[in-house]
Design a protein around this ligand. Structure first.
Ligand code: GUN
Length: 282
């Protein structure tokens, strides 16, 4: 039986610690604030944004959510971002992705002040992560590192395989594993003999976006298996990129979906916001 790596439990612990830090900052006269910008009506995004708002309440962070219509222009969105950049009450700015098609993510992210970019998506923050000298870690990979630590398995010297190479998860994930001295392979849709590669992994991270993609015969017995997926199965039920029922008996540790990586991503967003707030006091 695999150890279940509960993001619910670990994220609650992280949020408890952050709550104390937010209180201490407040006693020193520094409130902590996060602005979340949601453009359009994507139903998954609405749920994610609501969860971010709730987490702010739990931790004691002031939050404001700007809900903008689907047909918001680039000019209007950039005007809001510039206002938030200059607003002293706001330490962190998060623009929920995906944006409607007529808006260019890159242009929008480039305009967030790097010191308020709590997603760590701005090119300057991405560059800092590459060289291992960063203020913020990207939320999902950072949350995954916490769960890997929770498994008790040391990354140092281990064979790590990441399936997926997105800018938000796959690429930074590989980098964080490398920072902890893992031997890292990044797989993607052009990878040959995928199962052979994944089967070599002591630590396997699946961020493919295909329901139940990782099967038991792709997993090394005893491996730590991290599931970043938020998919729907053939019956419309929430599931991950890993076939949990098949893989759990083979794995040494595994994250559930839901209740694994998702809550950790939000906890790390809270952590980055507190970091941004603290930096203003320095
Ligand atoms: N959409 C899916 N994941 C994320 C995330 O981590 N940050 C933002 N801003 N949008 C997302």
């Amino acid at each position: 039986m695999a150890k279940i790596l509960s993001g619910k439990i670990v994220s609650a612990r992280v949020k408890d610690e952050l709550k104390k830090e937010v209180e201490e900052l407040s006693q020193r006269g520094k409130q902590t604030g996060l602005a979340v910008v949601l453009v359009g009506d994507d139903s998954a995004s609405k749920v994610y944004v609501r969860n971010k708002e709730k987490a702010c309440e739990e931790v004691g962070i002031y939050s404001e959510v700007h809900r903008l219509s689907e047909n918001t222009s680039e000019e209007e969105l950039l005007k809001l971002i510039n206002e938030l950049n200059e607003n002293d009450k706001i330490d962190g700015i998060l623009v929920q992705l995906p944006l409607p098609k007529h808006l260019d993510d890159k242009v929008i992210i480039d305009n967030i002040k790097p010191e308020k970019d709590v997603d760590a998506f701005h090119p300057s923050n991405v560059g800092k992560i590459m060289i291992g000298d960063y203020d913020f870690l990207p939320c999902t990979p950072a949350g995954i590192m916490e769960l890997i630590h929770e498994s008790g398995v040391e990354v140092d010297g281990k064979t790590c395989v990441v399936i997926g190479r997105s800018n938000i998860v796959g690429k930074p994930m590989s980098m964080l594993l490398l920072h902890e001295n893992g031997t890292v392979t990044t797989c993607h849709s052009h990878t040959k003999n995928l199962a052979e590669v994944t089967k070599s992994a002591d630590i396997l991270v699946a961020a493919v976006g295909i329901p139940k993609f990782v099967k038991a015969d792709m997993v090394k017995p005893g491996a730590v298996v991290i599931d970043v997926g938020m998919d729907r199965d053939e019956n419309g039920k929430l599931c991950g990129d890993v076939d949990f029922n098949e893989v759990e008996p083979v794995a040494g540790a595994i994250t559930p979906v839901p209740g694994g990586v998702g809550p950790m991503t939000i906890a790390m967003l809270m952590r980055n916001t507190v970091t941004a707030s603290k930096k203003k006091l320095e």
